[in-house]
Design a binder for this molecule. Structure first.
Ligand code: SAH
Ligand code: SF4
Length: 407
């Protein structure tokens, strides 16, 4: 069964913003914006804190609602800036509650098209995880990943990354003092719909480390969005030289896309392995700042039928990770149109998982979520929205098939 709520405004025009938005900015960005419209230097700090509260705690979308700021200042800010979010092109809710948004960033210059990025929210009992993108597309071309086939690539700014969290909170009414949104799983008392953030959407976060780090500062700020750094996980395909920097700069949790235990196969699945082979990747994991038994590194392993799913692979995997504080996430491969891979059969995944479990690792098999709306890992590719009707029909048929298998 595939039930879909699609609030698409499919062929919406690109909206060219007339005024810049302050939503998503860090304190330094807000300070410059305030100084630029003549807020006296001695007031800037206090005004930044006020704005910070309105934007990140209360979810304000216009300056008019910033009640404790002088009317005159609100008018000055409104004349120069907005608190607008980027345009939401489509928003889909899966039968399992997973939500996916296609968000259109304004064009970089006159005459250019905007960029589309996707983000996904996965509700669970008492918590919810938002999967954000760090780039438009990805340069790395992992052979099993849909995002890697997208040609257009650019880094997202920190504000564009933070904005993804704001959009999710807007939509889920996930701000202090707001009434809970209908249809979403109600979180524990005092907790939030979005309690965790993972950088597992489009892009390689470690190729955009500066902006990702700034976004992490804003998301984890205790006087604002308040998502603890321990609940923010950055996933990398193995950009070894940036891993230590990520840990020392952000204290984020680390996830590593391993997917193979031998270099020749990993070279094929994750071509970056040719540059940074498995031995170097594991050495960087062992040296990851803050990694401990209480703060384990997650190793992601996508289950590909007949490719990396034998019992010998499972045994090599646990041997390889000896001495690393590790968790292992077995991810059923999510198919996409045109891929040459298939997901391993369930009994094969279970056999693999048993070996990993017997070796002392918890090895939850990540239940595929949001398959009916193509929101699962590696299926994110904004081009899906631009497919022809025939292609769309094929996608729906495929989605129905996959959803049927899950029942
Ligand atoms: N670029 C980063 C983060 C984004 S990808 C990285 O590679 O780690 C997030 C996760 O989804 C990675 O573990 C990636 O290997 C996995 N993934 C990509 N395509 C997938 C697919 N089709 N099925 C299942 N997992 C996939
Ligand atoms: Fe890029 Fe990650 Fe996809 Fe590889 S798996 S192409 S690194 S997004």
């Amino acid at each position: 069964m595939t039930a879909l709520l699609d609030t698409s405004a499919a062929s919406q025009p690109f909206i060219v913003a007339t005024k810049p938005s302050l939503a998503g900015l860090d304190r330094a960005g807000l300070s410059s914006a305030l100084s630029a419209v003549g807020v006296p230097e001695r007031q800037v700090r206090m005004r930044v804190e006020q704005l910070w509260h309105w934007i990140y705690v209360r979810g304000a979308t216009s300056f008019e609602s910033c009640a404790n700021m002088a009317k005159e200042l609100r008018a000055t800010l409104s004349a120069a800036y907005t608190l607008d979010r980027p345009q939401i092109v489509t928003q889909q809710v899966s039968v399992d509650g997973t939500r996916k948004w296609l968000v259109r960033l304004p064009p970089d210059g006159p005459g250019q098209r905007g960029h589309d990025i996707e983000m996904v929210y996965i509700p669970e009992a008492g918590r919810g995880t938002l999967c954000v993108s760090s780039q438009v597309g990805c340069t790395l071309n992992c052979s099993f990943c849909h995002t890697g086939t997208q040609k257009l690539v650019r880094n997202l700014t920190a504000a564009e990354i933070v904005m993804q969290l704001l959009i999710a909170r807007d939509d889920l009414n996930d701000y202090v003092g707001r009434v809970a949104a209908d249809g979403a799983i109600v979180p524990r008392e005092g907790s939030r719909y979005v309690s965790n953030v993972v950088f597992m959407g489009m892009g390689e976060p470690l190729y955009n480390l500066d902006e990702v780090s700034t976004a992490l500062d804003v998301m984890s700020d205790g006087d604002g969005l308040s998502i603890s750094r321990r609940r923010i996980t950055v996933s990398t395909s193995g950009v070894v030289p940036e891993m230590t920097k990520l840990g020392s700069r952000t204290s984020a949790m680390l996830a590593v896309s391993l997917h193979a235990t031998l270099d020749p196969l990993r070279d094929e699945l994750v071509p970056l392995n040719k540059k940074y082979p498995i031995s170097e990747l594991l050495a960087a994991c062992k040296a990851y700042p803050g990694a401990s038994n209480a703060r384990r590194i997650t190793f992601e392993y996508v289950m590909l039928k007949g490719v990396n799913d034998t019992t010998a692979d499972a045994r090599r995997l646990v041997k390889l990770l000896a001495g690393v504080p590790a968790k292992i996430n077995l991810i059923p491969f999510n198919p996409w149109p045109g891929t040459r891979y298939e997901c391993s059969d369930w009994d094969v995944i279970e056999r693999f998982s048993d070996i990993v479990f017997q070796a002392g690792y918890s090895s939850p098999v990540r239940t595929p979520r949001g398959r009916d709306i193509f929101a699962a890992c590696g299926q994110l590719k904004s081009e899906t929205e631009k497919l022809s009707v025939r292609q769309r029909e094929r996608l729906s048929a495929m989605a129905a098939m996959v959803a049927g298998q899950d029942e």
